[in-house]
Design a protein around this ligand. Structure first.
Ligand SMILES: *[C@@H]1O[C@H](CO)[C@@H](O)[C@H](O)[C@H]1NC(C)=O
Ligand SMILES: *[C@@H]1O[C@H](CO)[C@@H](O)[C@H](O)[C@H]1NC(C)=O
Ligand SMILES: *[C@@H]1O[C@H](CO)[C@@H](O)[C@H](O)[C@H]1NC(C)=O
Length: 504
């Protein structure tokens, strides 16, 4: 058995203990790495990103939106805001500030097209709760507009200032953290299996899981943090870390959903409980995001562990364990970190000093029912439906909204049908949908070869147009095509056949 092997190290330790010079080292040896102490030694950093905008290229405008009611199709005639994602990120910023983080240690990415959007019923104000106050005031514009892209996000995460491009008037701040520091990353976005979206559309529109995890590995190798917590809200967000995030590099992640399901919006028009105010056509937040933030708003975070927050957020996001209109919040990476206090990462609001953690039922309350229970991927449809219902009969607005609704539906069905046909052409009509839809067991990454996945997506888009936000749901099919050993040329050929057949 292994027991005798312990004898030698133990003897060495005892000898060291006898030597006075070794006292300090012995102390270090005793200290458990997962204890909450030592947090004060380092600096707290936060990287916050809303990876979507409200205005979408007209040519892609009809194909949007995993984020439930958040980011909509829009053209000049009908500008539509992507409220909830940016509201989430603004709210997160306010929590970091109240927690005591300094602006110089917080980096915010957000397109910034909501507060002053003509569709915003309260100009200059963003709310994240039906009766909530403004969360927009004071949010730094570190990266906005086209500067919200994959390159800049990864450069900021890595603390590599010279890799930042564009710099359209933003701060250019990066996470310049060191080996004693605690880093908190919060990413709220639309997504799909293995990818997160970005507003920019210039070939840099997807952040692939492999590249994100690669950046975390590089930051770890460079001694860029003591521990790092990553909170991720997106559809199929579990697929970003599943089988990819190592457990031995001080990174702890939770995701809004598992690798196969949508995540959910909240405070939506028509909700039974806490609907958005009537003047809003959009959801005001996302369920997982609002769950961790409303919890962080009211507790003394010195007394709350990451695990306690995870449990609470999991219950709320699962619609109190029913999952019928909620998702599975997941943990990845170094789960032993979850004993640490929230305070180590995001500080605590001194106003909550007397409010120790308690499982507060009012924070769990989230009833969905009837028309309010809408999968994130149907968000764009619901938005147009809301607008359509509200607009007056016989007005140009009504006609236009109807046209847009039909366009959204036809673009979606084009993407879906072309993928189905590609499956049949590659694997036969019996097996096609089975191969494309296959889900790998937990613990395995979506794809074996991520360069292949990227090239498959490029091959499809070259023939069929951008997948855009809605089409990201087919990433698993592309991954499975790679996993089945199909080559890029074969894909290009069938994509061209399929998309010609499925006429727009
Ligand atoms: C930072 O980015 C630049 C430009 O991409 C690159 O040349 C350099 O190697 C990077 N530095 C580090 C430390 O990774
Ligand atoms: C916490 O309670 C103490 C004792 O009752 C009180 O003096 C203090 O003002 C309270 N702090 C806050 C932030 O409410
Ligand atoms: C959640 O479910 C538990 C039992 O499963 C129940 O006692 C509780 O009232 C529910 N809470 C809400 C807010 O629905």
């Amino acid at each position: 058995m292994t027991r005798p092997r312990f004898l030698l190290p133990l003897l060495v330790q005892l000898l060291l203990l006898l030597s006075p010079a070794a006292g300090a080292r012995w102390q270090d040896f005793l200290r458990l790495p997962s204890e909450g102490d030592g947090a004060a030694a380092g600096t707290r950093w936060a990287l916050l990103i809303a990876g979507s905008n409200g205005y979408y290229n007209y040519r892609h405008q009809a194909s949007l939106s995993c984020q439930f009611l958040l980011c909509y199709a829009s053209g000049d005639a009908l500008p539509t805001p992507c409220h909830a994602l940016q509201a989430d990120v603004c709210h997160a910023y306010q929590i970091m500030r109240k927690g005591g983080l300094k602006d110089e240690n917080i980096v915010v990415f957000m397109y910034d097209d909501i507060a002053n959007n003509p569709e915003n019923p309260r100009p200059g104000v963003i709310i994240n709760h039906p009766s909530g106050g403004d969360v927009y005031a004071g949010v730094p514009k570190d990266y906005t507009d086209k500067d919200v892209n994959v390159n800049n996000f990864l450069a900021a995460l890595l603390g590599n200032k010279s890799a930042i491009t564009g710099g359209g008037g933003g701060s250019g701040k990066v996470i310049a953290s060191g080996a004693d520091d605690h880093v908190f990353v919060y990413y709220s976005d639309h997504g799909g299996p293995g990818v997160l979206g970005m507003p920019s559309d210039d070939g840099d529109g997807y952040l692939y899981a492999k590249d994100l995890v690669g950046a975390l590995k590089a930051k770890h190798a460079a001694g860029g943090y003591k521990s790092l917590v990553f909170y991720l809200e997106a559809c199929e967000s579990g697929s970003i870390f599943e089988g990819l995030l190592p457990s031995d590099m001080g990174v702890y992640a939770t995701t809004a959903a598992n690798a196969e399901e949508s995540s959910w919006g909240t405070y939506c028009p028509g909700d039974d409980d806490h609907p958005a105010p009537p003047e809003y056509d959009t959801c005001l937040g996302d369920l997982y995001s609002v769950a961790w933030m409303e919890d962080s708003d009211v507790h003394n975070l010195r007394t709350e562990s990451l695990k306690q927050q995870y449990e609470l957020v999991k219950d709320r996001t699962s619609a109190n364990g029913s999952y019928n209109v909620g998702s599975h919040v997941m943990q990845y990476g170094d789960k032993s970190l979850d004993g640490q206090s929230m305070y180590n990462f995001i500080g605590t609001d001194p106003a909550n000093d007397n409010a120790t953690f308690a499982r507060d039922n009012s924070l769990l309350r989230r009833r969905f029912s009837g028309g309010a229970a809408v999968n994130q991927r149907d968000a764009d449809l619901v938005y147009f439906w809301q607008k359509y219902k509200k607009s007056t009969e016989g007005t140009p607005e009504k006609v236009e909204t109807r046209r847009r609704l039909l366009e959204v539906m036809s673009r979606r069905s084009h993407v879906d049908s072309s993928m189905e046909l590609i499956g049949s052409l590659l694997f036969g009509s019996d097996k096609g949908s089975k191969v494309l839809g296959a889900v790998r067991p937990a613990g395995q990454p979506l794809a074996d070869d991520w360069d292949c996945l990227k090239s498959m997506v490029r091959a499809y888009e070259a023939q069929c147009g951008s997948l855009a936000q809605y089409g990201m749901k087919h990433m698993r099919s592309f991954a499975n095509i790679c996993n089945a050993g199909v080559r890029e040329e074969a894909m290009a050929k069938v994509a061209s056949q399929a998309c010609a057949a499925v006429a727009r």
